[in-house]
Design a protein. Structure first.
Length: 236
């Protein structure tokens, strides 16, 4: 695919909204994405077919349902990087249109998934902690240290089992914090561990995460992080 063709795929507001929603790392049905973007199912289906044909999304069908997800980590990184760049050159952001939107934006800034790894203030704090503790080095790009390998093994994360076509660990620029957070297979494994152990839980159907009371304890004991408690209504 040529650059102009790729740019054309993302130049449409509806298709861009679909891709941003899918940065939560989960598969969505066409109907869910249609409701999210405020378009008809037939319009959503047409846009999704173009995104699948262009290689940005992958689909699978179960019965009458059509599920789509971002095609791979490279597609997710592309969408996130474009969002970072767009926010850096945009005019000052408008005030959220309503309380619900304001709460969502605040929650995503606190903690969210960036495809399959932690982002927002939580993701940056975790990254700062693993760097400060020498679990990951940043001498010439992120790399897992010997101490980091031992620490990951203590958390049940086997690096040998994570080898694949993706980088073991890499930095990803956080579009709300404008700093780097931890990505790659290690970042995905840590996010998966946090979800499996219920250190964090998803808020609704979006990307936002909330740190649980058990998660605050775990992050403090494992990484020395002092995270704020949730306030009523889901805010931190």
């Amino acid at each position: 695919m040529s650059l102009d063709q790729l740019a054309g795929l993302l130049a449409d507001r509806t298709r861009a909204a679909f891709c941003m929603a899918l940065l939560d790392g989960r598969a969505w049905t066409a109907g869910e994405l249609a409701r999210h973007a405020g378009v008809s199912p037939s319009t959503a289906s047409e846009h999704l077919s173009r995104l699948v044909a262009g290689g940005l999304l992958a689909e699978e069908r179960q019965g009458r349902h059509r599920y789509v997800r971002l095609a791979n980590p490279a597609a997710a990184a592309l969408i996130e990087n474009l969002a970072v760049y767009a926010s850096s050159v945009a005019a000052p952001a408008a005030t959220p249109g309503n309380l619900r939107e304001s709460v969502r934006m605040s929650a995503e800034a606190q903690a969210r998934t960036c495809y399959d790894h932690l982002a927002g203030r939580l993701g940056v704090a975790v990254t700062d902690a693993v760097l400060a503790r020498g679990l990951v080095s940043d001498d010439a790009g992120f790399a897992v240290t010997a101490a980091g390998r031992a620490w990951l093994a203590s958390q049940g994360i086997d690096l040998a089992a994570l080898k694949g076509s993706r980088p073991l660990v890499r930095s990803c620029l956080d579009w709300t914090e404008r700093r780097h957070h931890l990505a790659g297979t290690v970042g995905a494994a840590l996010c998966g561990r946090a979800l499996d152990q219920r250190w964090v839980e998803r808020i609704g159907t979006g990307r936002a995460l909330a740190v649980t009371p058990g998660g605050r304890t775990a992050f403090r004991e494992l990484l020395g992080l002092e995270l704020p408690a949730r306030r009523p209504g889901g805010a931190e």
